[in-house]
Design a protein around this ligand. Structure first.
Ligand SMILES: Nc1ncnc2c1ncn2[C@@H]1O[C@H](COP(=O)(O)OP(=O)(O)OP(=O)(O)O)[C@@H](O)[C@H]1O
Ligand SMILES: [Mg+2]
Length: 270
């Protein structure tokens, strides 16, 4: 049976500390401010920290759903601007080792929520190991966050290579984050795209450039979303990215889409 289902965007980076959680949370808030129904899954299963940033203390998290003790709607909590959060399970090895089919079965329940969310954003955490690829391979779009530094570019390429070669990913978009110079930032994308074209034959898309924004630190401390500070440079950049996502058509497909995808992109390939 065909149903409406959320567009799934995984936010990943290879290298740690480049702004995945920042982008995921702020993009979720910006989309929510555009009246989109957004669910954010804190998929950093090693060190889930979205709830810490938001100052919420959820009673349950995804591990209870995986254990069959709770349903997905039961563990979801309200976040800023109407977004809903699926809290991640910190430091649980069994969660980090959960396979794609198990996760797909859990997330599948998003189509049973009424009304069905428009977008599911997943913060995958850092690295290119199974804890990241298991989640990322369920996505429609992989959004790779990079910073203008060699290690970030190298690790982003490593991630793109794994996702393309091992999981057949075609739709990979890049956000250059925390930049001080827009022209340099575009140069960062051009270099990454050239390497991807040359060695993988895969063209990338530039989803956007987010400048370094001094107001982020204060907003984070006050637990404010940048969507509530619309004049901040990062908020302006995020709005452009969110507008493009919001303009995409709803996705209708088989109810089993996530399981189909988990099977079509088997983890054993990695
Ligand atoms: N555009 C920006 N302007 C200012 N500060 C930023 C910007 N992007 C990210 N930061 C800050 O950089 C720090 C690291 O960001 P964040 O925690 O989102 O990275 P991460 O990739 O999720 O890290 P990890 O791999 O540890 O999960 C945070 O303090 C965040 O607020
Ligand atoms: Mg993070």
């Amino acid at each position: 049976m065909d149903v409406k289902r959320p567009r799934i965007i995984a936010i990943s980076s290879g290298k740690g500390g480049v702004g995945k959680t920042f982008v995921t949370l702020q993009l979720a808030a910006t989309l929510a401010a555009l009246q989109r129904r957004v669910v954010l899954f804190d998929g950093d299963l090693g060190l889930a920290n979205v709830h810490v940033l938001l100052g919420i203390n959820p009673s349950f998290d995804i591990s209870s759903v995986v254990a069959g003790e709770k349903t997905l709607p039961e563990i979801m909590v309200d976040g800023p601007l109407g977004m809903r959060i699926i809290p991640g399970a910190s430091g649980m090895r069994e969660m980090a080792e959960l396979d794609g089919t198990g996760l797909a079965r859990v997330l599948q329940d998003l189509t049973a929520i009424s009304p069905v969310p428009d977008v599911l954003l997943i913060d995958t955490g850092a690295g290119i190991g199974p804890h990241v690829t298991t989640l990322a391979r369920l996505a429609d779009t992989l959004l790779v966050v990079v910073r203008d530094e060699p290690a970030s570019l190298a690790d982003a390429y490593g991630l793109i290579k794994v996702m393309h070669r091992d999981f057949g990913f075609q739709k990979i978009e890049v956000i250059v984050n925390d930049t001080s110079d827009a022209r340099r930032a575009e140069g960062v994308f051009v270099r990454l795209n050239e390497v991807s074209m040359r060695f993988l034959g895969l063209p990338l898309t530039l989803a956007g450039v987010i400048p370094h924004d001094a107001s982020v630190a204060q907003a984070t401390r006050r637990r404010e979303m940048l969507a509530q500070r619309p004049d901040s440079p990062a908020a302006t950049a995020l709005r452009k990215i969110a507008n493009n996502i919001a303009a995409l058509p709803p996705i209708v497909g088989p109810q089993t889409f996530l399981l189909d995808r988990a099977v079509a992109r088997p983890a054993e390939a990695s």
